[in-house]
Design a protein around this ligand. Sequence first.
Ligand SMILES: O=C(O)CCC(=O)C(=O)O
Length: 233
Amino acid sequence: MDAFRAHGFFVVRAFLDVAERAELRRACDAALLHARAHSLETGHSTPRISLLTDGATCAEDDPGAFERIAVFVGSGRVCELLAGLSRPREEETPRLKDAHYYHEQTRRDWDGDWHRDSQFGQPDPEIERAVVATTTAVHFRVALEDDDRLEIVPGSHARWDTADELRIRRGADRTTPDMPNAARVALRAGDACVFHAWSIHRATYRRAPVRRTIDALYAFARPAVRRWPSQAT
Ligand SMILES: O=C(O)CCC(=O)C(=O)O
């Protein structure tokens, strides 16, 4: 928790043993192979596939795959790692938002954009700034193969951008290798990492080596209650 508060991430070495890794890898690979077979893009030139949609639709190839993945990302063992990471006014129980499988590229290498996840769907930086200051969302990931693709600016989850960071992340040069103070998070197969989704981060996508990393996203903010117009009285 101290590492998370200070840097916005921590690594748990050897979170999965060889047998656990192999079982999850079989389930996630079934989803990836299914996605690759049914699309020219998904699973090929995308950073990741969704394990909740692509995972669910591969049931005919491997009937138990979706359940194995869902049980894992909802397990007490994973959720224990997230205990105590929420802010005082948030809920303590993490809510699963999505689960993805990051994969190697099949066609070309490319560099991802520097971003905070809080910026997605949020054109107004001042509103985004309030979201960053008051809420928590975290990625839990476990590498099924060695994975050093992720880069994070340590400590950026706990403060707003410097002028350089804002220029890069919301400007025209979002893939620059020159993000100040960025650190690479190198995971060995079986290592887990928890990082704040509002941290400034990005990854670079390569055809080699093989990349197979499960990543689940959790939020702690109280869900907004939305009503359909016909229900409003
Ligand atoms: O590890 C990666 O490929 C980057 C992940 C990322 O940027 C994200 O999930 O927001």
